[in-house]
Ligand binder design. Structure first.
Ligand code: ADP
Ligand code: MG
Length: 698
């Protein structure tokens, strides 16, 4: 340190306080110690006061903190209190360090990192000074405790014998302690890098204020921790931070820089005629077709408006969509492309690699000192205010399934386990992909029965697309042509880059690559979306409202007579509103017009026709999706039960299964359906088997 004299440093801080922090210290004195325990210093103030002092604070933060705290204790207070245990916390460093850029050189320095809290332990008391009471003479021996192992006295300070000792808690000193893991924010990552993280220990008044999923800025000292055990120490070290201050940042897309030039370009683009087609061309250009799906992905990226009603309830604006389809149809490719254009996104697989899975979990692990319960945020929390692309959604863990409903509709996740009670925000859109139950769609079964997700969950999706892979000569030729052209473009490009000399002219290469290049640069599109979501809150025009209402009422009237199925429920209506708002946002328009309404009604109708039509009647049936059974199926079940009731009177041991199936066939229900329905009845407990292959109703 430049200055050797410690008193000089203490004097400097006292002067700084007088010049800059008179009011803050007065306030602290009023509120200490119940409401406030810390004096926060802005690093920029210290720099303005004395650049050398600011440098020292950055390079020797812990020593300087001690001087700053000493200066605070010496400060002349306006009221008669002692700030004995008050902390001085420095924050607002001039720049933040990327978590992945932390190096050995940072050791011992004050640094500032930004990110999202991935894990947080409960706040637990930590002993800072243990009072050991000698069981022989009663003398107290006080031993200060550092992090790491618990230190016991070598001998009693009174009788000089080696104990035995008992820790006297009343005479010991404790402090609240918490450990958090801060992970790089999703928007800081490009092209699917694995996020890196750093653990931060915090103490006393700054504990308990943040939870998993919060976006934070942490200022603290970088520390090293030797790897390996006591017996087997390694030359490698882990890094962690002792946190001086933790601030929650709740700004959307904080890292997005949109310049005036960008804005001009965005506004020009938004008024182009073919903007919707252009947007579609900007998504996964290497994937052929799927214009409808890609348009919906665009709408999802822009999202509807989240509405707050006067009664304080909230209607989500985020759109959830699901792609279910045959293997090898480009679903994963489309999903992972989202990362290139979404301002904030998380891409993961339903199988999940972390213990928190898709939602959140209270886990007991080695994070923190010893085994301790920790709250860990999963993908839907990390994607808060963004989009979560989840591949293989059908493979998700059982725990996630139950938490998922709440996550999708209320957009928060409650965890209540082992004394941890927390509600995490998950205000994100879900883009899911799944395979059908048997790997590939069976065209003879209703699609709704081949989706391996429970109906309550499926009904939360605003749009469900099914992708079937059936040979079709014209389509196959187009697809083959597209894939070959994409690959050729890749070959030419790579050839030119790698071999230096090339027989192909620049023009040739550009012609081919232009064919498969995105119509809008991903960087620009990302800014476009962020700008629209920040500044555009469209409202419905009368014509749009009318058009949506007509669509809904027309469909509902089909279901008006008692025998017919319910074709659509009110849930779809909200989905259409959200989609229409998103459609207006694409143009940066304040008004949802009737064109927006027609555009999204077309999409919704075609989705419903894909999955919502009962193949037995050819009619739309909302229950296929929302309840998991069709009306014709429910009728069949009713009939089957009546049949079993009739037969069980004829046989002593209950109705034999083969006879039931035979009778069912006589009335036109095929064997596999009947067997399937019998299974269902058994599962629901409506029939049971008094003897093998005999049935009785309950
Ligand atoms: P899925 O996740 O549906 O099983 P993938 O996304 O893994 O399928 O796609 C498998 C491969 O097939 C990818 O390399 C992809 O590029 C290619 N592919 C499938 N469908 C298309 C398509 N419509 N256009 C271009 N490539 C496609
Ligand atoms: Mg896949």
């Amino acid at each position: 340190m430049a200055r050797a004299e410690n008193t000089e440093l203490i004097d400097s801080f006292e002067e700084l306080y007088r010049d800059y922090y008179r009011n803050e210290i007065g306030e602290l004195a009023q509120k200490y110690p119940t409401e406030q325990k810390s004096l926060y210093l802005d690093w920029q103030d210290i720099y303005r006061f004395d650049p050398d002092l600011a440098d020292d604070v950055q390079n020797h933060p812990e020593e300087l903190r001690d001087y700053a705290e000493e200066a605070l204790r010496l400060y002349d207070l306006p009221v008669d209190v002692k700030l004995g245990q008050a902390h001085v916390r420095v924050r607002n460093l001039p720049e933040t360090t990327d978590i992945r850029e932390i190096r050995a050189d940072h050791r011992g320095q004050l640094i500032s990192v930004q990110g999202i809290v991935r894990k947080a332990t409960d706040v637990k008391p930590k002993i800072t000074q243990a009072a050991f009471e000698c069981q022989r003479c009663g003398t107290l021996t006080r031993i200060p405790q550092q992090s790491g192992d618990f230190q016991e006295p070598h001998e009693c300070q009174g009788c000089e014998r080696q104990g035995p000792f008992r820790v006297n808690f009343d005479q010991s000193e404790f402090i609240d302690a918490q450990k958090i893991r801060v992970q790089e924010s999703p928007e800081g990552l490009r092209g699917g890098e694995t996020p890196q993280n750093i653990d931060v220990n915090i103490e006393d008044d700054i504990t308990g204020n943040v939870t998993a999923g919060d976006h934070v800025r942490v200022d603290g000292v970088l520390k090293l921790d030797q790897q390996g055990s006591d017996q087997d120490q390694s030359p490698m070290f882990d890094v962690y931070m002792d946190g001086f201050s933790v601030e929650i940042e709740d700004e959307q897309f904080e890292e997005m820089d949109i310049t005036e030039e960008d804005k001009t370009e965005i506004i020009e683009l938004s008024s182009e005629d073919g903007i919707y087609e252009k947007m579609v061309g900007a998504i996964a250009p290497s994937i052929y077709g799927y214009d409808r799906e890609k348009l919906s992905m665009i709408l999802q990226l822009f999202s509807g408006v989240t509405k707050h009603l006067p009664d304080e309830s909230r209607i989500r604006g985020d759109l959830h969509m699901l792609l279910i389809g045959d293997p090898g149809t480009g679903k994963s490719q489309m999903l992972s492309y989202i990362q290139n254009i979404a301002p904030r996104s998380v891409y993961t697989s339903g199988k999940g690699s972390s213990s928190a899975g898709l939602t959140a979990a209270a886990v007991r692990d080695d994070f923190g000192d010893g085994q301790q319960w920790t709250l860990e945020a999963g993908a839907l929390v990390l994607a808060d205010q963004g989009i979560a692309a989840v591949d293989e959604l059908d493979k998700m863990a059982a725990d996630d399934r139950s938490a998922m409903h709440q996550a999708l509709e209320q957009q928060e996740i409650s965890v209540s386990k082992a004394g941890i009670n927390a509600t995490l925000k998950s205000r994100c859109s879900l883009l899911g992909a799944a395979n059908p139950k048997y790997g590939r769609f069976d065209q003879y079964e209703p699609i709704s029965e081949q989706i391996d997700l429970e109906p309550a969950l499926i009904s939360r999706f605003d749009l469900i697309f099914t992708v079937t892979d059936q040979p079709n000569e014209a389509e196959d030729r187009n697809l083959a042509d597209h894939i070959l052209r994409t690959n050729y473009a890749g070959e030419l490009h790579t050839h030119r880059v790698e071999s230096g000399t090339s027989n192909f002219s620049d023009e040739e290469v550009e012609n081919v690559t232009d064919d498969v290049a995105p119509t809008i640069e991903p960087e620009l599109l990302r800014k476009y979306i962020a700008h629209a979501k920040r500044s555009c809150y469209p409202t419905m025009t009368e014509e749009a409202r009318q058009e949506i209402e007509d669509f809904y009422v027309d469909l509902r009237t089909q279901g008006a007579d008692e025998e017919a199925a319910v074709p659509v429920t009110a849930r779809k209506l909200e989905a259409i509103v959200r989609l229409a708002e998103a459609s207006a946002r694409v143009r940066l328009s304040d008004k949802v017009t009737s064109e927006d309404a027609s555009r999204v009604i077309d999409i919704v109708r075609s989705c419903m026709e894909d999955v919502g039509v009962d193949p037995e009647t050819g009619e739309l049936d909302a229950d296929m999706i929302e309840a998991g059974t069709t009306k014709s199926q429910r009728d069949r079940i009713k009939n089957l039960k009546t049949l079993i009731q009739e037969l069980e009177d004829e046989y002593d041991d209950g109705a034999p299964v083969d006879v039931v199936v035979e009778r069912a066939e006589e009335v036109g229900m095929d064997q596999s359906k009947a067997e399937h329905e019998i299974e269902q009845l058994k599962q629901k407990g409506e029939v049971y088997e008094p003897r093998t292959d005999h049935l009785r109703t309950t």
